[in-house]
Design a protein around this ligand. Sequence first.
Ligand SMILES: Nc1ncnc2c1ncn2[C@@H]1O[C@H](COP(=O)(O)OP(=O)(O)OP(=O)(O)O)[C@@H](O)[C@H]1O
Ligand SMILES: [Mg+2]
Length: 245
Amino acid sequence: MIVEFKNVVKSFGDRQILKGISFGIQEGEIVFILGTSGTGKSVTLKTLVGLLRADSGEVWIDGENVTHFKEKDYLPIRKKCGMVFQHPALFDSLSVYENVAFGLRKHYNLSEEEIHKRVTKCLDLVNIHNVEDKLPQEISYGMQKRVSLARTVAVDPKILLFDEPTTGLDPITTNAVNQLILNLSHTLKTTSLVVSHDMHCALDIADKIIVMDQGEIVARGTPEEMKSCEHPLVKDFLKEALDVH
Ligand SMILES: Nc1ncnc2c1ncn2[C@@H]1O[C@H](COP(=O)(O)OP(=O)(O)OP(=O)(O)O)[C@@H](O)[C@H]1O
Ligand SMILES: [Mg+2]
């Protein structure tokens, strides 16, 4: 397992948000976490990369128990785990180009030519053209989302964490982003954990699907297994996936 949650509990005040969740991800897998709003999906991702800490239970990444890691020990983990946040978190004062180049400059010692090649390739992957010199606030929300995806992918993380990468994007770009996740996992053997509302995407590209409700995992399995799952929430998600498409 490259990622493992063992009975992770997380509360804010007297509200228990994660009620002891356990799951594992094998290297190279694409795992989707589906669930209704407010169910603890983003909290799960943030606990994984140490932005939030579990109250109890264990978090394992690439063979290391990171549950009680100090902030500085987390730095190499964050390089290994690229996270694309739910809402694009770009640097306001840096151009699109410099936003994507940022991690490359920080983590690698590359020539300007190599940086240029890599930035162009990553912007290409998310279908962004001719806005390299613009500031984030000068481009649309959907474009900002794709730039933040390009920025995360640029540094070649071993594990990619996506928080609703396609919410708010048009169907064509949604397709392109899903293809990108699929390609990365096939060509680079990247492991992907994708938080989503979109059962249709999950059925399309996931190796495994986890369904959460109110801080608990209520169903899990392959897309095929999900299609015959009797849990009411899963059936709702399936119905919506079939209705819309
Ligand atoms: N830092 C925080 N402090 C206090 N409460 C928080 C914090 N972060 C999340 N919560 C609460 O935890 C619950 C789960 O939040 P989370 O963001 O994980 O939901 P989600 O499943 O990602 O929902 P959505 O699909 O709307 O993004 C919510 O009730 C939220 O208000
Ligand atoms: Mg969320």
